[in-house]
Write a protein that binds this ligand. Structure first.
Ligand SMILES: NC(=O)c1ccc[n+]([C@@H]2O[C@H](COP(=O)([O-])OP(=O)(O)OC[C@H]3O[C@@H](n4cnc5c(N)ncnc54)[C@H](OP(=O)(O)O)[C@@H]3O)[C@@H](O)[C@H]2O)c1
Length: 309
């Protein structure tokens, strides 16, 4: 008999990456729950999103990470918790750990990571301390709790770093000129949101990924900024005018740009200049998604760019 699929609660399911996680969870056949602060939001786009989830069979629970009672009640209904919260709620995830300890039934907790491996990089800019150090402290609390976990190290989202060639104020790859961060040769890892969500959901019932870091590192998607731009130039069959922003110039931009606009620059520095996504080797605590799940036909950066030609 086929094993039953875990029931999954996604906290942050109405957010950017959360929406992909909910869709992947449904697609892979998991009974799917979301915890939302407002089940009937005034924002019509969010209301429509929640309605579309409900139409697909998602159970919508009202609650808040900061409301213990709602959290415990939600956790009692599921086996696995995935969090994709943002901002201040990243710190509040310790309350999810506390609630999971209270219920004692959570088989896996996947906290809101979906980015760089924050314990294997040096934080260069104060602006990144908040979120990186908080993610790290949440990890420590999860490990202490004994609740099985997976930390998803996803690389950069394609919608943030590929659809615009990591440039400002464009929603599709530019056709005339482009800014290159650093010398353009540092390797980054860039994945589509759909693939990140698929690998995350595939991992939740997989014992090989319990208490591990799940890295999503397709070889074809391990590319420098210069290589991404070159792929695009080949597709549109002409070269872009390039403005190179040196490492030193980017540092100055980060220091002079007010918060929160400086966050994105600091992340660009981390991934395209310093190489924080690729400058460490995987070890015994790490597993790699494309090796674990060769059946997933992930989207390469090249294929992703095709939609914009
Ligand atoms: N690798 C990359 O390129 C990349 C890019 C962006 C983000 N990320 C990471 O992805 C993760 C999620 O970010 P995102 O941009 O997807 O976030 P987002 O779009 O801002 O969505 C956050 C979600 O969390 C929910 N939420 C916030 N506070 C909550 C609370 N107290 N209780 C319950 N729900 C709460 C929000 O609900 P409401 O609908 O009620 O607001 C929303 O659904 C973060 O860890 C972030 O660092 C990575």
């Amino acid at each position: 008999m086929a094993e039953s699929k875990s029931k999954v609660l996604i906290i942050g399911g109405t957010g950017y990456i959360g929406t992909y996680l909910v869709r992947a969870s449904i697609k892979l056949g998991h009974p799917t729950f979301i915890l939302v602060r407002s089940p009937t939001p005034s924002d019509p786009a969010k209301a429509n999103l929640i309605k579309s989830f409900q139409d697909s069979g998602v159970t919508v629970l009202k609650g808040d990470v900061d409301d213990r009672e709602s959290l415990v009640a939600a956790l009692r209904q599921v086996d696995v918790v995935i969090s994709s919260v943002n901002g201040e709620a990243v710190a509040s995830q310790v309350k999810i750990v506390e609630a999971a300890k209270e219920t004692g039934t959570i088989k896996r907790f996947i906290p809101s990571e979906f980015g760089n491996e924050v314990d294997r990089l040096e934080i260069d800019f104060k602006v990144l301390e908040g979120v990186f150090q908080t993610k790290s402290s949440v990890r420590r609390e999860i490990k202490k709790s004994g609740i099985p976990y997976t930390f998803v190290i996803s690389g950069g989202f394609a919608g943030y770093f590929v659809s615009n060639l990591a440039n400002d104020n464009v929603s599709s790859p530019p056709r005339d000129k482009v800014t290159i961060w650093g010398d353009g040769t540092t390797k980054a890892i860039l994945n589509t949101e759909e693939d990140i969500a698929t690998y995350t959901i595939k991992s939740i019932d997989d014992p090989r990924v319990a208490n591990k870091f799940l890295h999503i590192r397709p070889k074809e998607n391990t590319l420098s900024h210069g290589e991404v731009v070159a792929l695009w130039e080949k597709k549109i069959d002409h070269n872009l005018e390039k403005t190179v922003v040196s490492k030193e110039e980017l540092r100055k931009i980060i220091e002079e740009t007010p918060f929160p606009a400086n966050i994105l620059h600091a992340i660009r520095y981390s991934i395209f200049v310093k190489g924080d996504q690729t400058n460490f080797q995987l070890d015994d605590n790490d597993v790699e998604a494309t090796e674990l799940y060769p059946d997933v036909h992930y989207t390469t950066v090249s294929t992703y760019l095709d939609q914009f030609v």
